[in-house]
Ligand binder design. Sequence first.
Ligand code: PBG
Length: 326
Amino acid sequence: MAIFPQVRLRRLRRTETLRALVRENRVEVGDLVYPMFIVEGKGIKEEITSMPGIFRYSPDQLPLEIEEVARLKIPAVLLFGIPEHKDENGSSAYHREGVVQQAIGVIKNSVPELIVITDVCLCEYTSHGHCGVVTNEQVDNDQTLPLLAKMAVSHVEVGADIVAPSDMMDGRVKVIRESLDEKGFQHIPILSYAAKYASAFYGPFREAAESVPQFGNRRGYQMDPPNVREALREVEQDIAEGADIIMIKPALAYLDVIRQVRDAFNYPLAAYNVSGEYAMVKAAAQRGWIDERRVILETLTAIKRAGAEIILTYHAKEFARWLQDE
Ligand code: PBG
C-alpha cells in the first residue's frame, strides 16, 4: 500500500471544484418528501410554535402552498390530518369527507403530478391519542387492522398515490395490501414505517398534530431504541407482507439502523428526519449558535450517506430554495 509522502489525501481537497469532482454523496431536491399538516376548517394557516416555518393549513389554503412545492421541484408531500372530531375508533380517519380526503382532492386539482403520500395511523383521530383501538387500556392489534385498511383505501379512493402506515401494528402491511388489491388498487405502493422507534424526538409533531397519548405511552407498539437486530426483523416482515418502500424513523439517532437495513435489503429505503430533529436545528439557529444552512446540508447528506435514498424532511422547501438561489 502506498503511503505518505506518495499519498497525500489533501491533494483532492484543495479547491471546491476538486472536492466536487470526488464527492461521494449528494442530496438532490428529487430525494425529498415534504410533510404537511392539514387541519379541518376554512381560512386557517397557523404556525406550529415548536416548528418555526411549518404551518397547519386548512384544505382551502393548500393550492398556493402546493404550487410553491411544485415550483421548487419537490416530488412528493406526506399528509397528516388534524380532524375536528375525535372518537374512540378514530372514525374521521376513514370518512369520505375527512380532512385528509378533502386535502387530497384539492392537491390533485391544483398539481396532479405531485406525489401524494398519506400517513396511515389513528393517533390524530382517536380521543385517547393512541395509534389503534384501545381495550382495557391496551392498544388492540387485531381490532385496529381493519380500520387502518379502511383508512388506506379511503385515501386511495380520492387520489392518494402512496399510503404510508406509521402505526406499528403487526400485520398491517398485509391487510392494507389485501384491501387495496380487493378494491382494484394493485398499482398503489405501500411505504411502510417499518422500523419506527418510540422516540422523544416526536415531541413537536405531537403538538402539531394534537396526538399526545392521553394515558400511557407508545412503547408497547413502537420499537425500543436500543435494538437494531429487531429493526431488521421488522423490515423483513414488512417486505414479506408486501411493502414496496421501507422507512426508518427517526433518522439522526438511527443512522446505523439505516446503514444496516441498506446493506441487508434491496428495497428503496426512506428515512424520516423528524420534528424534534428539525426543532433543535431551528432553536440553535435562532440563537445564532450554528450556521443553519450548513447544518441542514450536513444533516441531510449524512442521512443519504447512511444509505437512505428518500428523505422525509421539514427542511425540504428551504433546502430546495437555497439550491435554486445558488
Ligand atoms: C404517527 C406519527 C408520528 C410521527 C409521524 N407519524 C408521531 C408518533 O408516533 O407519535 C412523527 C413525525 C415527526 O416527529 O416529525 N401518526
